[in-house]
Write a protein that binds this ligand. Structure first.
Ligand code: ATP
Length: 140
């Protein structure tokens, strides 16, 4: 059976994850509070819905607990990111990945029980630095 994913927050990061999952042939539900962002994904994702994911009732109605993996890509609104992640955890979502905006945010998400917390700018910065150093070593 195909794995089912939900991506919450369709900013640059969430959009990119959503597109990549669709390209890999996955079933993806795209969710955002912003109607324009949702409309932009109506032809890309398997389903696209406008919803405020800090509302537990809405998440229940979407049947979010049946998804295999939910990615929370709400960045700037840290409060909404934390509350959404907490509700997902309480509803028993099997696997939750959350984008953190800063170290404090990351700490809270880990405490809540997010399975994976990512910090794209920091993680990519580290990776690029490693690559630069290893290229220099090879060039030397
Ligand atoms: P990025 O850094 O990935 O480009 P961004 O700066 O474009 O992100 P953010 O403010 O980090 O945007 O939020 C990402 C998306 O999350 C936005 O499209 C925003 O509408 C959505 N979002 C914010 N709050 C909620 C919420 N409560 N429920 C659902 N979506 C939300």
């Amino acid at each position: 059976m195909k794995k089912e994913f939900a991506v919450i927050g369709l900013g640059r990061f969430g959009s990119s994850i959503c597109r990549a999952l669709v390209e890999k042939g996955m079933e993806v539900l795209a969710i955002d509070i912003d109607e324009d962002r949702v409309n932009a994904f109506s032809n890309i994702a398997s389903h696209a819905v406008m919803a405020d994911t800090t509302d537990e009732k809405t998440l229940k109605e979407l049947g979010i607990r049946n998804f295999d993996h939910v990615i929370v890509a709400i960045g700037d609104n840290i409060q909404a990111s934390i509350l959404t992640s907490l509700i997902l955890k309480e509803l028993g979502v099997k696997h939750i990945t959350v984008k953190a905006q800063n170290d404090y945010h990351e700490k809270v998400l880990s405490k809540i029980g997010a399975d994976r917390v990512i910090h794209p700018e920091r993680d990519m910065g580290k990776r690029i630095a490693h690559q630069i150093v290893s290229n220099n070593v090879l060039d030397a």
